[in-house]
Design a protein. Structure first.
Length: 269
């Protein structure tokens, strides 16, 4: 009887110990999950994925935005993979992102500087561009959305200038051409060859072609008209430049369907 009782007690304690071990193992597994530890298989897969994600950032081929690249690197860091290769790649990725930000800032500053120079030129409008030409240039600058206060102020000033040009009554074409002749002569006389050449360039835009004929009337009495040797608008504008004088006024203008001048008659003043 005593032996039987001893056997029962022995079996009972053995079962209790086994149950306790099973519970302990289960708790250990849950503890491992709750603390974020990974199995060797999961860690190996996470390391491989981290390397795959970091490589495009390091090489500069990532399609992610820079903020998203930063976010991804931080997520990899927080996994605490403790892999030497991944750790080294994380450092390289951080350096690549820093360099990319610096390049982005440099490019942005270059765009700001170029826009500032262009806007200042537009305010002076030394080239004598039309309101439409200036507006097209201004719209291109606006579309860049540079986010610079000085650029924004200049845009407002240039827009005001353009609006003023649009609201200003345009001079008759005859007056514009004669003003151009005088402008070329005055600029050449002042020794400002750059302005002279710009006026010539802009004046040619009124004509169908630089070789558009120019006829100069030297005598007219009733129906009798004598002309000087025919020339072209290109040659005549250069003549005004060389002589530093505007010797003729516009007598007649022939235009094509688009309004371009195809022939010009001048008469001595």
């Amino acid at each position: 009887m005593i032996k039987a009782m001893s056997k029962v007690k022995s079996i009972g304690w053995t079962s209790i110990v086994m149950i306790a071990l099973v519970i302990a193992m289960g708790l250990g597994t849950e503890s491992c999950k709750s603390t974020g530890k990974m199995s060797k298989k999961d860690r190996k897969a996470a390391i491989a994925l981290a390397k795959q994600q970091l490589q495009p950032i390091i090489s500069g081929t990532s399609t992610l935005s820079l903020p998203d690249q930063e976010k991804l690197v931080n997520e990899i860091i927080n996994k605490k993979l403790n892999d030497p290769t991944v750790n080294d790649m994380v450092i390289q990725a951080q350096q690549a992102i820093k360099k990319a930000y610096a390049e982005k800032d440099k490019l942005h500053q270059q765009k700001v500087d170029a826009a500032r120079a262009q806007l200042l030129d537009m305010l002076l409008n030394k080239d004598g561009k039309s309101a439409i030409e200036l507006q097209n240039e201004l719209n291109a600058i606006k579309s860049q959305n540079l986010g610079d206060n000085e650029i924004s102020d200049l845009i407002v000033k240039v827009q005001a200038k353009i609006d003023g040009m649009k609201n200003k009554p345009s001079l008759p074409i005859k007056t514009q051409i004669e003003n151009a002749f005088q402008g070329i002569a005055d600029a050449a006389k002042a020794g400002n060859l750059t302005e002279t050449d710009n006026i010539i360039k802009n004046t040619l835009q009124y004509f169908t072609d630089p070789d558009a004929p120019v006829l100069i009337i030297i005598y007219r009495q009733g129906s009798t008209v004598d002309y000087d040797k025919p020339t072209t608008i290109q040659h005549y504008l250069n003549f005004c430049k060389d002589q530093k004088k505007s010797l003729n006024s516009v007598d007649a203008i022939q235009q094509d369907a688009s309004g371009k001048i195809k022939e010009l008659d001048l008469i001595k003043k």
